[in-house]
Structure formats: C-alpha cells, structure tokens
Write a protein that binds this ligand. Structure first.
Ligand SMILES: Cc1ncc(COP(=O)(O)O)c(C=O)c1O
Length: 289
C-alpha cells in the first residue's frame, strides 16, 4: 500500500513506537512522585522537553505538553481570552483556520468576545493588508495557521510578524500543526510569534500527544486545572511514554529532512504551495526526463 494521507495522520515510526513501549514498561512512575521511579520519569520528561526545545531553538521553559493540536489551539485561544479579558474582547483569526481554532473562537463569542475573520485571496493566502484593517484598540489575539491542512498553502507568517511588531500587546498564535518539519522553522516561528501549537501524530509520533510553544514573558490562563503539573499551567498526570516517543519522532523527522536530497527539497517546496503548483510539479518532472 502507498499511503498518501499524511496530512490527516502519519504512521508512527517503529523507533518512536519502541520508545513508547519501553518507557511504558520500564519507567511507569508518576513524574510528580518523590521516589526513585517518579524521579526517573521526571528526568525523562525533562529530557524530552529539552530535545524538543533544542530542535526548535527555543528554551525548555517555552515548551508545554498537551494532548495534541486541538488542545493546544483551545488552550492558547481560551487562555488568552481569560487572561486578557479586562484589556479587550476582540480576536482575529484567518478564514481558513482548522476547526480547532474556528470553533473555539466561535465558542468565545458566546462569552462576550468578538471575532473577525481575515479573508484569503483566490489562491488561499491571507491578505495581510486586509488583516491589518481588522486590528482594533481592543484586539487581544491574532491567530493564523502556518500551513493549511486541506490545500497546503503556506501563510505569510513573516509579513504578519512584521505587521504585529507595531502591536506588541497582541498575542500572536500560529497553528503550526501542518508546518513543523515540512517548511523551514524560521518561516513560521519568528521572534514575534508568541504561541504555536503542535501535534505528534503529524510527524510520525503517537496520537493524543502534542505540545505548545509559549514565549517566555507572555501570560495565559490554564485550561486544565487540578494537580498543578507543567508549572501549574496544565494539570493532569503527564503521558510520559507518549511524550518521550514524540520527542524521538520529532528528532528523527528533522534528521530525515536534513538528509533530503536537494532535488526533493525543490519538489517539497513546489508541493507545499498548494493547488496552484500543479504546473510547477509537472514541469519539474518534465525537466528530469
Ligand atoms: C492545522 C491543524 N490544526 C489542528 C489540528 C488538530 O490536531 P489534533 O488532531 O492533534 O487534535 C489539525 C489536525 O488535523 C490540523 O491539521
């Protein structure tokens, strides 16, 4: 079988699955427990955090674990709304966001928040000038995905970052679930990006696990309250085997990208530009005949 649905989900790498099974069997302590097994689990958890942070070239404290992309998007939108409700009630999302962002924003409208959707061009790319016109005094968040999950269009995160330099109080969230390990990190994790959401099953890791990038100094309210894990920000006993297996999958994915031959990078860039790239792909193949 040739599997072509990798934007929906990917097959777990055997090495990631192996890590999951071994960690489940051998390091089953609760990372919050003070005994040896707990300390061991906590050490693995922190190693996984460091590995992910190093891969993205951010610091360890800027990575928080979640159950996947949907939770990450929910956390960032609702956490911003709850945190900043006394400053403003206006959010901007793009009109082509994943339902994890769109439906969350819509839910917030039932709690007194106002949401505007930035339109896209015929090619499915956000018009940055139109986005700029939507910004208000009371805007608290702009949320734009880096790569669209249906047509693969790459959104102008660098241009939006430049625009938002003028509005330092607005939280800038990037849903990077489809972008990580597909396009260069600096294209979507710019210094102006405050938050980003990720999901392991899109890069050959296990399902039901992910993480968010949360820039140091920015504030979010917790979505999950309880035992105070993740520095009181995301309660619930950590899924250590899945987190460690996710870190391994991410490392392997980045290693594979770095080994990718030049001509495949060309094809990848062409494919990622969405439907309009059909011509480029065919011309690429005709050049290689
Ligand atoms: C762009 C985007 N955001 C969020 C999600 C949700 O991620 P998860 O399946 O981990 O909840 C997906 C999944 O398809 C996605 O493509």
């Amino acid at each position: 079988m040739i599997y072509f649905d990798n934007s929906a989900t990917t097959e777990i790498y055997p090495a990631s699955l192996d890590t999951y099974v071994k960690t489940s069997k051998r390091v089953f302590g609760n990372p919050s427990s003070l005994h040896y097994l707990g300390v061991q689990a906590n050490r693995l958890l922190e190693q996984a955090r460091k590995q992910i942070a190093d891969t993205l070239q951010v610091s360890n404290e800027e990575i928080a674990f979640t159950s996947g992309g949907t939770e990450g998007d929910n956390w960032i939108l609702k956490g911003t709304a709850f945190e900043k409700r006394s400053y403003g009630k206006h959010l901007i999302i793009s009109s082509i966001e994943h339902p994890a962002v769109k439906k969350t924003a819509e839910q917030l409208t039932h709690f007194g928040f106002e949401v505007d959707q930035a339109p896209v061009t015929e090619e499915g790319i956000i018009d940055v000038n139109q986005l700029a016109e939507l910004i208000r005094e009371d805007t608290i968040l702009v949320s734009v995905m880096a790569v669209n999950n249906e047509v693969g269009t790459i959104q102008p995160i660098q241009e939006i970052s430049t625009l938002l330099e003028k509005y330092p109080k607005i939280h800038f969230h990037v849903d990077a679930v489809q972008a990580i390990a597909k396009i260069d990190t600096q294209k979507w994790l710019t210094p102006r990006v405050d938050f980003a959401a990720f999901s392991a099953h899109k890069f050959h890791g296990p399902r039901g696990v992910g993480f968010i990038y949360w820039k140091k100094g920015r504030r979010l309210q917790a979505l999950m309250t309880g035992g105070g894990q993740e520095g009181e920000q995301r309660s619930g006993t950590e899924n250590v085997p899945a987190i460690v297996a996710m870190a391994r999958a991410l490392r392997l994915t980045f290693e594979k990208i770095n080994q990718r031959p030049e001509h495949l990078n060309h094809l990848k860039d062409a494919l990622m530009k969405g439907l309009s790239t059909y011509d480029k792909v065919t011309s690429f193949f005709s050049r290689r005949k």
